[in-house]
Design a protein around this ligand. Structure first.
Ligand SMILES: [Zn+2]
Length: 763
């Protein structure tokens, strides 16, 4: 697919040759959406912004805000919101706390025991770790649990289901093992946590246990805390099991803001509430349960890092699981601050990070939240000096993200009509640790992110954060033997000077309601990737842990504030709303190509498998000790018609090329675009992403309306691009493909028409 190499090639030359570097310093910096003069002014503004960022101050905020448990309903969660409100106002922002009223069950009684072949009561405790002040003072923390699991008191035989994903159930079927009437024990990883109990329930299980296997984020991955970042033996992962791929936010107010008087559905009618009890445990607690299983040996890919032989069961291990909760309504506190724009006050550029944690939440989420605060203080100082953004800046610290993106979703739903008119872009962050820049989002913003990242210096190496991210992407794509054609294509594109591609967004943080429900172009930014995240959602995600093993001097906190802050400032100040349409068109073309290949591959594999089944090779090759039956016989894959989508994609590519040329030409010539015409182009670009919303949304989950990006129904956080079509193919719902192709093509056509209108106005 076409990429545009010259800009980065020029940058490379500039860094290699001193004379060219001097010339480059005098030339205007490359900024999508800016003319030369405004780009120079913007670069000077960003230098003043950077000078305000103070790592030591951020460290102080982090220590203060993570000093006590700060989950929904805790006193410290409210205190943190009030602390930020006071700071935001002191920094010159027009700030307020917006309160929502959400269903938030907390456990009253939790018990898990092995009752046969011998007895063992799970401790369900996370004891203090020497030298970690936080874990020693966890007063006010909730008992470990999975929020929005059902209450229940169940006993039954245990079955080990590996990660508990759809393919795992196919393997169980080949071994004639069912979870029906039994309790499933799954390990974390391999897919989103909420799918594990959901799939267990759909296969008939009466309860579900999820444990953290040491192979995935414990001693198999790193030295365990306090020596390193691996999960300690008693550490366990709390987390939401709401069925977020259906809708996010308060389970009782789908589609509307959870204000005090909002209409609420019955708990029994809430589609995102789980139907069986589920509990997270540590590997220390899991071992006696797994060790007591017999039955078929687990397949090699299912074996974890415990020093035992992994068996599937069922039994003779029997477990008893009991959970009862307080199903209370609680208040959550979004802190929302605005700085009015001077030219386009009704165009909002929005930035957010959540402030609630599972316990102390030093890494998740406060490491990202203090970067957001540093940006706000720096912008406040710019405003105190007389500067105003052209567009309105909206900064928000969300509450209730951990339970299911509650604070952001309820805010988006409450202000839906206003956001439909005013929302230009949303920039999200969450956990942040030292490492490599990870950037995902709407591909029209890919050029903007590349340009910003090229201008931010890495804290550890004499290189830009973009250079490091590109290097990591090239190595990641070419390391190991089994790299795919797609990874080779990515590595080659990067080596040829192409932009670092944005990851498509699935879910797992607060961008979801903005992007996938409201159709606002979004980004998710953060540093990390070098450690396994072994304290994730445990009591050990403390300030002491953070400054010991994650980002000791908050230097990557400053780097995040620079990247996100520059993105915000450019979105707010650009002459024309930043958009490079060919990056989006090329991404869509690539995704369609992937789906067409997927259908072909699926057809071939199905035919191959039919031959294997007809030749009875599975029966003939079966082992005497571990007999594994043949896989189920799938129906043939029909030939599918993607032509309407291919035509829409081709037309989009042509329109994007014309738009980018007209856009660059208008910006290159000072005075070419009169203010009134610039305003009409900006009005079109600010709302262009909305064209990608489909009516009535995705099949079976109308809350999700974006026809290009969605969290997978069966991956959770993982993204599905062109989701209506891709999921129909992946899940073999052939009859749905035609309708999904038409609906997706219609959204692409609507987006193309918005581009064409902007192109006409630019000329
Ligand atoms: Zn988070």
């Amino acid at each position: 697919m076409h990429r545009a190499p010259p800009r980065l090639a020029a940058l490379l030359v500039a860094t290699l040759c001193p004379a060219a570097a001097l010339l480059a310093a005098e030339a205007a910096p490359q900024m999508v959406g800016f003319g030369a003069d405004s780009a120079r002014a913007e670069a000077a503004l960003e230098a003043r912004f950077d000078a305000q960022l103070d790592a030591r101050e951020m460290r102080g905020w982090l220590e203060r805000m993570s000093a006590e448990p700060n989950q929904i309903g805790s006193p410290h969660d409210k205190a943190n919101a009030e602390f930020m409100l006071e700071r935001f106002r002191a920094w010159g922002w027009d700030a307020e706390i917006e309160t929502f009223y959400v269903l938030y069950p907390t456990p009253k009684h939790v018990a898990l025991e092995l009752v046969a072949p011998h007895r063992y009561a799970a401790s369900l405790l996370e004891p203090p770790i020497p030298g970690d002040r936080g874990s020693a003072h966890a007063k006010g923390a909730l008992p470990p649990y999975n929020v929005y699991g059902a209450d229940g008191d169940v006993s039954g035989e245990l079955v080990y289901v590996n990660y508990g994903m759809p393919d795992d159930y196919k393997e169980l079927a080949r071994r004639n093992v069912s979870v029906k009437g039994r309790i499933a024990i799954a390990r974390y990883g391999g897919g989103w946590r909420g799918l594990k109990p959901k799939l267990a329930y759909q296969h008939g299980a009466i309860g579900c246990i999820i444990y953290s296997d040491p192979r995935d984020d414990g001693y198999g991955a790193a030295d365990t805390y306090p020596a390193g970042a691996g999960r300690p033996a008693a550490g366990l992962q709390r987390g939401s099991v709401a069925d977020m791929p259906i809708y996010s936010g308060d389970p009782l107010t789908p589609g509307v803001g959870a204000t005090r008087d909002a209409p609420r559905i019955d708990r029994a009618a809430a589609a995102t509430l789980l139907k069986i009890p589920v509990l997270p445990i540590s590997y220390q607690d899991a071992r006696p349960f797994l060790e007591a299983l017999s039955g078929p040996r687990a397949p090699p890919a299912w074996r974890g890092g415990l020093p035992i032989t992994y068996h599937i069961g069922p039994g003779p291990a029997r477990a008893h699981l009991a959970i009862s909760s307080d199903w209370a309504q609680r208040e959550i506190y979004d802190v929302v601050a605005k700085l009015a724009g001077s030219v386009y006050p009704d165009q909002w550029v929005i930035r957010g990070n959540h402030h609630d944690g599972w316990v102390f939440g030093a890494d998740d989420p406060l490491s990202g939240n203090v970067a957001l605060m540093a940006e706000m203080k720096a912008i406040g100082a710019l405003a105190a000096g007389g500067w105003r953004p052209k567009r309105t800046l909206v900064y928000a610290s969300w509450d209730g993200e951990e339970a299911g993106l509650l604070g952001s979703t309820e805010w988006v739903e409450t202000h839906a009509a206003e956001l439909a008119r005013k929302g230009v872009a949303y920039v999200n962050s969450d956990s942040n640790t030292r490492g490599i820049l990870d950037a995902g989002g709407s591909h029209g913003l890919q050029r903007l992110v590349n340009e910003v990242a090229a201008g931010v210096r890495d804290p550890l190496q004499p290189a830009s954060v973009l250079a490091r991210a590109r290097a990591a992407a090239i190595l990641g794509a070419s390391r190991g033997a089994g790299h795919t054609p797609e990874e080779r294509r990515l590595a080659k594109g990067l080596l040829d000077g192409g932009d670092l591609p944005l990851e498509p967004l699935g879910s797992g943080s607060d961008f979801t309601p903005f992007l996938q429900h409201a159709g606002i172009a979004s980004l998710d930014l953060g540093f990390g990737g070098s450690e396994p995240g072994g304290v994730y959602h445990s009591v050990y995600d403390t300030f002491d842990h953070y400054v010991k093993v994650e980002d000791p001097d908050l230097r990557y906190g400053v780097a995040l504030a620079e990247v996100a802050g520059h993105v915000m400032l450019r979105l707010a100040d650009a002459d024309l709303v930043p958009l490079h349409a060919q990056d989006f068109a090329a991404s869509v073309a690539r995704y369609l190509d992937e789906i067409e290949h997927l259908a072909d591959k699926s057809r071939e594999e199905t035919q191959d498998n039919h031959r294997l089944l007809d030749a009875r090779v599975y029966e003939l090759a079966a082992s005497a000790t571990d007999p594994v039956g043949p896989p189920a016989r799938d129906a043939d894959v029909p030939f599918l018609n993607f032509a309407p989508l291919a035509n829409a994609s081709a037309a989009l590519t042509a329109s994007a090329r014309a738009f980018d040329a007209a856009y660059a030409a208008a910006l290159a010539e000072p005075g070419r675009l009169p203010a009134a015409r610039a305003a009409s182009v900006n009005a079109l670009l600010a709302t262009a992403e909305r064209a990608l919303l489909g009516e009535p949304g995705l099949p079976g989950r109308p809350w999700y309306r974006h026809m290009v990006y969605a969290p997978g129904l069966y991956t959770g956080y993982g993204a599905k691009t062109l989701p209506a079509v891709r999921e129909a193919v992946e899940e073999r719902r052939w009859a749905e493909v035609g309708e999904s192709v038409a609906a997706t093509a219609a959204a692409l056509d609507a987006y193309r028409r918005a581009l064409d209108a902007a192109t006409a106005a630019l000329r």
